[in-house]
Ligand binder design. Structure first.
Ligand code: ADP
Length: 247
């Protein structure tokens, strides 16, 4: 059996009396792509922020490679990386310089080679020596995804990694991300509002609504369970469902 790379147990985050994430448990196995879906306010960002240790859980546990994240923070974070729409790279640097800075922060050996190979892998050649601040949002997004690979992460958190990309570029990026993940054997938590993308990339989908998990299964099984071929319709149904109190 493939080992669990990430194991989240009863994870909860409360802000005063408001519960943003309400006792969620899920796993990501090695080599697996798991999509975390849910309407605005469902708790996706809060969950990702807890996985990145940017937000402290109120209760519950996060284990990565069987180690408690709170207790082995530095070691585990060095094996992770992320990209998110809100994570900006330094505007006054060029992509080549920015990727070099992040590679050095992660202690990547031969970082110049790593940067060159990422520039090739992500087709950033023409942009590599322009100022990041002058790049379009789509170009910055491509760079953000390249940055997420600087340390060959074993666990990758991709928050809407294709959000600002046109369809052909998004398709290329998805293929590249999946190729690199397959090579590394790592696991991925992926968020997206594009249900076709979710269906293409996901081994499993975790649906969140109002801080709770409403479904956690393969796209095929979720479609069977809801008797619907269209993931978008299922998304709308789940988002509308009233929450049942635990019996
Ligand atoms: P999503 O990413 O799924 O849109 P979030 O995780 O950003 O959802 O937010 C979940 C809920 O928690 C929202 O209702 C949001 O307003 C609330 N929330 C997030 N951060 C804070 C905070 N720092 N203080 C109070 N409430 C917050």
């Amino acid at each position: 059996m493939t080992a669990a790379l990430l194991r989240v147990r009863n994870l909860t985050k409360r802000y005063n009396s408001f519960t943003a994430v309400d006792g969620i448990s899920f796993e990501i196995k090695e080599g697996e792509v798991v999509s975390l879906l849910g309407p605005n306010g469902a708790g996706k960002t809060t969950t990702i922020q807890m996985l990145l240790t940017l937000v402290s859980p109120t209760s519950g546990e996060i284990e990565i490679f069987g180690k408690n994240l709170a207790e082995h923070r530095e070691e585990l974070l060095s094996m992770m990386n992320f990209t998110a729409p809100y994570s900006l790279l330094p505007y006054n640097l060029t992509p080549r310089e920015g990727l070099a800075v992040f590679s050095m922060l992660y202690g990547v050996r031969n970082y110049k080679e790593r940067v060159s190979s990422l520039i090739d892998e992500f087709n950033l050649g023409e942009l590599a020596d322009k100022k990041i601040g002058k790049l379009s949002s789509g170009e910055q997004m491509r760079l953000g995804v390249a940055k997420a690979f600087v340390n060959n992460p074993k666990l990758l958190l991709l928050d809407e990694p294709t959000a600002s990309l046109d369809p052909p570029t998004a398709r290329q990026r998805r293929a590249k991300i999946l190729e690199l993940i397959q090579k590394s054997g790592g696991g991925v938590l992926w968020t997206s509002h594009n249900m076709r993308e979710v269906e293409t990339v996901s081994d499993r989908i975790v649906f969140l609504s109002r801080g709770r998990i409403m479904a956690d299964d393969t796209p095929q099984n979720i479609k069977k369970r809801f008797g619907q071929e269209d993931l978008e319709e299922i998304f709308i149904t789940i988002a509308r469902e009233p929450l049942r109190e635990p019996s």
